[in-house]
Design a protein around this ligand. Structure first.
Ligand SMILES: *Cc1c(COP(=O)(O)O)cnc(C)c1O
Length: 367
């Protein structure tokens, strides 16, 4: 008899649950930090033409040389720094983890943070150490420095701004962490376009610093393109682990063209930033809600009965993210992506209607 999956699959994999993506058909989808805007019609026709002409019978350019050139003109990548491209930045997190995953090696991040840091530590057989943020979601520098001494992490991930809290950590605090870290520190700037702060210009100064960006939150989530920027000494080793042709022909060709019109994406990001301010303002006048400061394209907020509010919103056709129960600091917290003005207004209306159902005066609560 061959062995059963339970006997063959690694126990830590058996214990995992797959990354859950809830169905969203027909809903106002504000759960995944997507840019709600499509590209201008001229650019869309151009993309259609490029897709039609793409040599999909051939393997893509394994080095994506032409796309990297365009990235260098679109982004302030310092001279002398290399680029590794990934099928989304998730893949890059995994590449780095695989490269440093000696037995007992530690991957460290803060808690709460992007869930893939912890998951990928498990994929790569690394030990995960999550250092709790303070209750106001700022970095607990002393706890971080302490944990660095105690665990000597091979790899530290810091999202800047952080997901799911939305805030930028204090840059000076991050520099202290980089200086204290015996291994690599990766600053994950997935939400850079909404924050306007970056560690890009620190790369030259810190030999153990790497920087990650993605096009996903900027309006190209469906293309799957993430990038790592850093010194050749590090990146040559990650390149060896990158599967050949991980970035497809269509992705390379379309990303290249859209990035030649980078300003279109940045203009959309600015519209989202303006809408974010409107939303924060409107949330702040609703009783029973505390919205946390954000530098990303989403807003974390706390209510009294988060799970019930989440369900009520869902029943009204609005999908956001319920973080209640995912970490003690996120008790009764919900996360909403900033959408179009129409989507945001719909969310706010439905939120008010959902909250109203809790008031004693409301007729027959539906739960
Ligand atoms: C969304 C997100 C990513 C993943 O981006 P992809 O490029 O789509 O894989 C990485 N880091 C953080 C902090 C994110 O929120």
């Amino acid at each position: 008899m061959p062995r059963s999956p339970d006997q063959v699959i690694r126990p830590e994999v058996l214990a995992l649950s797959a990354y859950h993506v809830p169905p969203a058909k027909g809903m106002v989808k504000l759960d995944a930090m997507e840019n709600p805007y499509s590209l201008p019609p001229e650019l869309r026709s151009e993309i259609a033409r490029l897709a039609g002409e793409a040599a999909i019978n051939r393997y893509p350019d394994a080095n994506a040389a032409s796309l990297k050139d365009v990235l260098r003109s679109a982004l302030p990548i310092p001279d002398g720094m290399d680029i590794v491209l990934g099928n989304g930045s998730d893949e890059i997190i995994q590449l780095i983890a695989l490269a440093v995953a000696k037995p007992e090696a530690v991957l460290m991040s803060v808690e709460p943070a992007f869930v893939m840091f912890r998951m990928i530590a498990t994929f790569a057989r690394m030990k995960y150490v999550g250092v709790p943020l303070k209750a106001d979601f700022t970095l607990d520098v002393d706890a971080m420095l302490d944990a660095i001494v105690r665990h000597e992490p091979a790899l530290i991930f810091i999202a800047y701004p952080n997901n799911p809290t939305g805030n930028l950590f204090d840059a000076a605090a991050i520099l202290r962490i980089i200086e204290a870290a015996p291994g690599l520190v990766v600053v994950d700037e997935a939400y850079h376009a909404f924050a306007g702060a970056s560690f890009m210009d620190r790369l030259a100064q810190y030999p153990n610093l790497l920087l990650m960006r993605t096009l996903s939150k900027l309006g190209l989530a469906g293309l799957r393109l993430g990038m790592l920027v850093g010194r050749k000494e590090w990146l040559t080793h990650f390149e060896k682990l990158r599967l050949p042709y991980n970035v497809g022909v269509i992705t390379q060709s379309i990303a290249e063209r859209v990035l030649q019109h980078h300003e279109v994406l940045l203009r959309q990001a600015n519209v989202i930033r303006t809408e974010r301010a409107v939303m924060i303002e409107r949330l702040s006048v609703i009783g029973g809600i505390h919205a946390f400061p954000t530098d990303a394209n989403f807003i974390l907020f706390r209510v009294n009965e988060a799970t019930q509010v989440f369900e009520k919103l869902k029943r009204r056709g609005v999908l956001i993210k319920n973080l209640n129960g995912s970490h003690p600091l996120l008790k009764n917290c919900l996360r909403v992506t900033v959408g179009t003005p129409g989507e945001n207004a719909c969310f706010l209306d439905m939120l008010k209607a959902s909250l109203a159902e809790f008031e004693p005066a409301s007729p027959l609560p539906s739960y």
